[in-house]
Design a protein around this ligand. Structure first.
Ligand code: NAD
Length: 509
């Protein structure tokens, strides 16, 4: 494991100052002008005039303060969204919505570098990965601009009866999202909701509110006022108020399974439809025929991309005995050559985690693995590097020998921790691979097509990659089995989560 800064006391202090200065200078360039609540097409203060700080996890410095929305603000945003729906957006035919969505995609693309830098500052992800997110965000709007004209209407004529089944938007939807892909998730939520004809009240995560606010600023001239409302704030305040508001007709939530269950219970009070994109603990299965170098890079990307802060992270490796030693040696070497450091640096592979809380969570699971008798192939934890001590850094961990029932194997760590299992009996391996409460994703690595297909079908998850990982493309639905969620994103079917059917039965008698 290398970090970008080493060496002498003096050198260390100098490098640390450089990282902070660099971040301050980029912040001065890209921080949004407006960090209020975006309601009805305007940036406003919270009713209680409160704010909260958002922090750069690479340096520990406060980036800026942001309005702290609460229930009264949510009321205002929901009512602004309904006004926009009734007065403007519901009158926009599909073709007109298509032009708006395309313009949003163009706007995002035109600001790729700026948005990527902002995302890196607020979230800590390496700049190279932040650019991938921004391109993906634009792609979402472009994709849903493409499917917006899909007309699900049906008609039926029987005797003197003429029936029409039409799809109508809900009106106002509430969307609550997490912090690991802030702009990308805002786009996964907003694009289909708007395409289906709804207005949105979107609550970004409190750790990473800036890219959604900047998006609001950028699209202010492109999207009619009140169609998109962005309401930063804390989960139990703004989040809960959005997700249980009686005038919100549909809730779309991405986040942890624990909070997703609470959202679902609250939605029961108003019998509101819910889609949930929740946690994961995904298996990656390696067969004995693999090209080991290729398998190493796939397994490594599956767990370490975005510092392990991926819902679909391949966090449980099942490697066949025949290639286990070679593959694990290769993985350990790959980890050793990983660069941990300043996420604004093009060479950085692993940036900081999003917050101290997430560092502590990862370290606690690593310690739990130690207490459970885990055998560490790479022992991660916080780096022993003075230049990174103000940031939220965690080095990768590879551990084997854990009981599959133990917490580090069963629970979502959301960090760069890979738990390893060797197998030689296919049925036993599949049984273990499916023995978690989650079912979001999985990976299969083999050149044997028949074997690959069988394993992909046997893995109980909503999305299985064969010989790739994290490759999410609009048009192929993404979502979970079991406690990983309800509903699918990324596909034309997602529009159905944002509209309901109405039957009109006309008597011609
Ligand atoms: P989280 O559940 O703590 O928070 C998610 C969002 O919910 C935040 O905006 C938060 O403010 C809000 N929130 C918190 N309490 C709430 C409440 N009582 N009512 C309404 N909203 C509330 O999750 P997180 O830690 O921010 O994100 C990490 C989790 O997200 C992981 O479990 C990860 O697997 C999951 N995730 C899932 C997907 C997917 O597509 N399945 C994608 C990315 C992340």
């Amino acid at each position: 494991m290398s970090s970008q800064t080493d060496a002498s006391e003096d050198g260390t202090v100098e490098e640390q100052a450089t990282m902070q200065e660099r971040h301050e200078s980029v912040a001065a360039e890209v921080l949004p002008d407006s960090t209020g609540l975006y309601v009805g097409g305007e940036f406003v203060d919270a009713a209680a005039a409160e704010t909260f700080d958002t922090v750069d996890p690479a340096t520990g410095e406060v980036l800026t303060d942001v309005a702290r929305g609460r229930e009264a603000d949510v009321d205002r945003a929901v009512s602004a969204a309904w006004s926009a729906f009734e007065e403007t957006w519901s009158g926009y035919a599909a073709g007109r919505r298509q032009r708006v969505l395309t313009a949003v995609a163009d706007t995002i693309e035109d600001h790729t570098e700026e948005l990527a830098k902002l995302e890196t500052l607020d979230n800590g992800k390496p700049i190279s990965e932040a650019r991938v997110d921004v391109r993906g965000a634009a792609e979402q709007f472009r994709y849903f601009a493409g499917v917006v004209r899909e007309n699900p209407g049906e008609t039926m004529s029987e005797g003197s009866r003429y029936g029409q089944v039409i799809a109508e938007p809900y009106g106002v939807v509430g969307q609550v999202i997490q912090w690991n892909f802030p702009l990308l998730m805002a786009s996964w939520k907003l694009a289909p909701a708007l395409a289906a004809g709804n207005c949105s009240v979107l609550k970004p995560a409190e750790q990473t509110p800036l890219s959604a606010l900047r998006l609001a600023e950028l699209i202010d001239d492109v999207v009619p006022d009140g169609v998109v409302n962005v309401l930063p704030g804390y989960g139990e305040e703004a989040g809960e108020a959005v997700a249980s508001h009686p005038d919100v007709r549909k809730i779309a939530f991405t986040g942890s399974t624990a909070v997703g269950k609470r959202v679902m219970k609250n939605a029961a009070e108003t019998v509101t439809d819910v889609t949930l994109e929740l946690g994961g603990k995904s298996p990656v299965v390696v067969f004995p025929d693999v090209d080991v170098d290729r398998a190493v890079s796939l397994v490594s990307a599956a767990i370490f991309y975005n510092s392990g802060e991926c819902c679909e992270a391949g966090s449980r490796l099942f490697v066949h005995e025949a290639v286990a030693d070679e593959l694990l040696d290769g993985l350990a070497a790959a980890v050793e050559s990983t660069t941990l450091g300043d996420p604004l640096d093009e060479e950085t592979d692993l940036g900081p985690k999003v917050s101290r809380e997430q560092v502590e969570r990862t370290v606690e699971y690593v310690e739990a693995a130690r207490e459970e008798g885990g055998e560490f192939l790479v022992d991660g934890g916080e780096p022993d590097d003075a230049t990174l001590e103000d940031g939220c850094y965690v080095e990768p961990t590879l551990v084997e020998g854990l009981d599959h029932d133990s917490p580090p194997v069963q629970e979502e760590i959301f960090g760069p921790v890979l738990t390893v299992f060797r197998w030689d009996d296919y049925d036993e391996m599949i049984e273990l691979a499916n023995d978690v409460e989650y079912g979001l994703a999985g990976g299969v690595i083999t050149d044997d097509v028949r074997q690959a297909n069988e394993a992909a079908r046997d893995i109980e998850a909503g999305y299985v990659w064969i010989n790739s990982y994290h490759d999410l493309v609009p048009g192929l639905p993404f979502g979970g089995y079991k406690q990983s969620g309800i509903g699918r994103e990324l596909s034309a079917d997602t529009l159905d989560h944002y509209r309901r059917t109405k039957t009109i039965n006309l008597s011609l008698r």
